[in-house]
Design a protein around this ligand. Sequence first.
Ligand SMILES: *[C@@H]1O[C@H](CO)[C@@H](O)[C@H](O)[C@H]1NC(C)=O
Ligand SMILES: *[C@@H]1O[C@H](CO)[C@@H](O)[C@H](O)[C@H]1NC(C)=O
Ligand SMILES: *[C@@H]1O[C@H](CO)[C@@H](O)[C@H](O)[C@H]1NC(C)=O
Length: 502
Amino acid sequence: MSVFKYAFVWNCVCILIINIHPTTSIENELSECIIAGPGIIPNRVVLPARYFFIQSTGRCNISQAELAVELKGKSEHGPCRIWTQILDRHDGSFIVRYKMFQYCDDMEIHVTWKGFHLAKSPYTFKGRIYAEACDCPLDSIDEMIADYQCSTDVAQIDNDLSRFHNVDFSQVLSEAIKRFSHAGSYSFCHYVVLSNKIHRRCYGQHVGFNMFMDNILLSLSRKAILPDMEFLINLGDWPLVKKNVVPIIPIFSWCGSTETADIVMPTYDITEASLECMGRVTLDMLSVQSSPEIRWENKQDKAFWRGRDSRRERLNLVKLSRRHPELINASLTNFFFFRDEEKTYGPKEDHVSFFKFFDYKYQLNIDGTVAAYRFPYLLAGDAVVFKQDSEYYEHFYSDLKPNVHYIPIKADLSDLVEVIKWAKTHDEEVRQIGANGRQYARSHLLPKDIICYHATLFKKWSQKLKNPVRVLDQMTLVKPSNSTDKRLGSCQCVKKISHMEL
Ligand SMILES: *[C@@H]1O[C@H](CO)[C@@H](O)[C@H](O)[C@H]1NC(C)=O
Ligand SMILES: *[C@@H]1O[C@H](CO)[C@@H](O)[C@H](O)[C@H]1NC(C)=O
Ligand SMILES: *[C@@H]1O[C@H](CO)[C@@H](O)[C@H](O)[C@H]1NC(C)=O
């Protein structure tokens, strides 16, 4: 009887010892961390810089110290060359991003903290993982849209395209030339994509910005065989297609307005930042999330703004800032449009690094010639955005709600001072609006989202065309630039394995 009893006690002790064993415990805790994002499915999503997120949750609480990410695999001449960065978002989550310079076979991603694997690490992939420069397209854009989990239900795209059916493009082109090519005052290009080759002819004097369109089209054409299509893109700042001039012709623009009917696409700025992430561009939608940490309560509760003099309200803002230095810190960094007023509103001040903007709680988004293309970055940063009411919009504005994602201010800034005073006395509310804006940017404006928007837009647009497309005389074949060519060196495509098992 008593022997039995002791055995029972011993059993309990044994179980207890197993449960508090330190190794088992930390591994359990770290498995509760969440790892997610396109960079963790590199077999399905190809990006110039791939990225994924590590999120502390539940019992998993990690810090950047001793957080390690290792990517391994085989390439042509030995181990894969992959450049990795870990960005701290200062909220218990991290962005891991990495750039591959060639393909990588049998890749493994190890994410560890203090030497222990996090979440479901290690992640292993049989077969070939392509780099951005690999020209190994999927069979169709639909396949890409599925693999990338692109959203196909995009209200802005559907609205913009709803006007057009069975489009006879030769008529569109001749009408556009008639309306927009006089005196070289407009710049636009006609693109033709046929058998996944890109051709264009541009009209107007300042057509250098066509490189942005070339870059995104080339990038897409390496990822999937694009549908045959043709379209016009406006390279100028202002949207072109007046709603009251018929026929309404389809033209893609980087900025829309309530007065016009242009088809909006993500701006060249955020598109290029998405493609040149970990490349030529230092400010992108990922890097902006890791501005140096200043806790909310230590930020200055003032509105901060720097920019050039591209609209009268920006000058007025400087005037307001001088009258209310305790509320607004705003200066012009360049005079071009109102040079003769530099005496009054200058002298121009040095640039302030965008990352330093977030030393301040309140960020101002004031139009320039058109919408201020900094809005996505302001939303993604650790602050709250005060957005000027405006007729201009970018591709994502219709998703946003005033007083939910940003704080609205009047177009003439007449209520700005009052609204800042309100914000100073409603800190929790304001902080929450900042968090909502940031959450929106994190889930809708990252590089994959920008590439996806183009994929969905082009797919839907291609279905609107009536006639088969053809390459016209005087069109130029768009080729990858030299730097891409060099990286293409060692990128053989392998026959794709069916994704059915996913
Ligand atoms: C996570 O760890 C840090 C430092 O180790 C600690 O200050 C913080 O309170 C922890 N957070 C949670 C949610 O346990
Ligand atoms: C405005 O901001 C700049 C940059 O942070 C700072 O150097 C300057 O002192 C500020 N001006 C005022 C009046 O606070
Ligand atoms: C590309 O390379 C060729 C030959 O190396 C050179 O002649 C040409 O200028 C380069 N083009 C650009 C745009 O750099």
